[in-house]
Design a protein around this ligand. Structure first.
Ligand code: FMN
Length: 192
């Protein structure tokens, strides 16, 4: 396979674009299909497909946010309106969010850790797919990835949990790069 300069350059410069800076337009139906196809093309030891995806788009973004606000209000009666508004906007302004559910499959071949890593790969592959199609993306979790009531409301079933919410849209700002770890700090050559 020949060196692909565009791809190399992409991997050397890719940067997440924060949720607040993702706006319309989002991917078309055909583009979303392509993003999902690329996103789910990941290593998967034993082919157990230990993940599922939930698409949150259009009006569902506001509805899901409203349901999150209701959960927060139940947990913290008397919470102020500004805090509830933050919850209502959890899936805004990005036009599209793809939620990745880790759905472990009991078996003796692929330990749960390997299945979890496969689900993590789906998350990052979705990010790469979004950028490849000319959009920007970011991978976040937030409190509702860890709250059982919110997880169920968003589509997780027994034994499943969310590992990422991939927000996708057109960037309204290009962020500065962040500091990356020095290779010397994280890489060693094995020797005995
Ligand atoms: C599993 C996971 C969960 C994350 N959750 C959040 C989050 O809830 N809120 C947040 O601001 N960033 C979160 N991040 C970090 C964002 O993805 C962040 O923008 C990213 O680390 C930027 O890295 P990049 O510049 O290499 O794309 C999370 C990252 C990962 C891997």
């Amino acid at each position: 396979m020949p060196r692909n300069e565009a791809l190399v350059n992409y991997f050397k410069t890719r940067r997440s674009v924060g949720m607040a800076f993702l706006s319309e337009p989002g991917p078309s139906v055909a583009e979303l299909d392509e993003i999902l196809t690329i996103g789910t093309r990941v290593p998967d030891h034993g082919k157990f497909v230990p993940w599922r995806l939930v698409i949150i788009e259009g009006d569902a973004r506001r509805q899901a946010g409203e349901r999150l606000a209701e959960i927060v209000r139940r947990n913290r009666p008397g919470i102020d309106e500004a805090s509830l508004e933050i919850e209502r906007r959890q899936f805004l302004p990005a036009p599209l969010t793809i939620a990745v559910i880790f759905s472990p499959k009991p078996n003796t071949k692929a330990p749960e850790l390997e299945q979890l890593l496969s689900a993590g790969n789906v998350c990052l592959n979705l990010v790469h797919a979004a950028f490849a199609l000319g959009y920007a993306a970011t991978w976040v979790t937030r409190w509702f990835a860890f709250d059982p009531v919110a997880q169920e409301m968003l589509g997780a079933r027994g034994g499943e949990r969310f590992v990422g919410f991939i927000h996708i849209g057109t960037p309204t700002a290009i962020p500065e790069d962040r500091e990356r770890p020095a290779l010397a700090d994280v890489v060693m050559r094995w020797a005995r």
